[in-house]
Write a new protein. Sequence first.
Length: 276
Amino acid sequence: MKYIRILLIAAIGITFLSCERSGGLTSPDNHSLSLNKDFDSASVHLNNGETVEINKSITIKFDGVASDSRCPEDAICVWAGNGEVNLTLTSGGKSEKKIINTTLEPRSISYGDYLIEIKALYPYPRTDRKINPEDYNIDLTIKPNDTAKLIKSVILIDGGSRSEIKTDMLNINEAIVSGDYLSFNAGYSGGCAKHAIELFAFKEIEKTNPAQVTLSISHDANNDMCEAYITQTINFDLTELKNFLKSSYDIQDKVLLIIHDTSGRPIRDAAIEYSF
């Protein structure tokens, strides 16, 4: 398979002192980091009530969860549900209250020179426990505005939610995994409307060795009747899928991604190894 070079934004891993998924941060309530606004991105973990400062110009505070209808990880649901997260964004002494979602829009917020995207909301609901509000914690990705929109997040769904997948024609010429990113070279007819291309991953997996995860590409052409042939490279971040596989199935090494196009058929070279 011909390997195409994909330009991805450089990632800076930000590690806070004594940060653990199951517990709180033992470092101070406020953190700061520096980013090059032209190309850097950062992953940030915040517990409820914590704040991060970016380049001493903006602050992002996690103000808890407004609502959580996410499907419990030990249940089967017809819809993935949604986590509604409260953020307070501050710049120049002025604060704004914002909502960001795990499934519904908006899943990202444009603020100043940056795009703020939610990557994960913890803990996952279960039918045998109630989540205490103070136990919620989140992973955010902060990116420059001009490059962040090049990368989308995979959307986790249950098998009963296939109606969310749009089936307008889309030609997939090549698919490549690099780190936590899955890149497609895709083509479609159009040019007169905005096309929505998404990637869905089904929570139900084949427990082979390695395990197999089914992914389906969704394409909504928005009734575009123009006939120009457009090609583009689309990048998807698989981090949310990785976190789900680790927490729900205790998969810690790799899976095979079985990718289906909008017709429901596997693409050429459909099985791609994703190691983490």
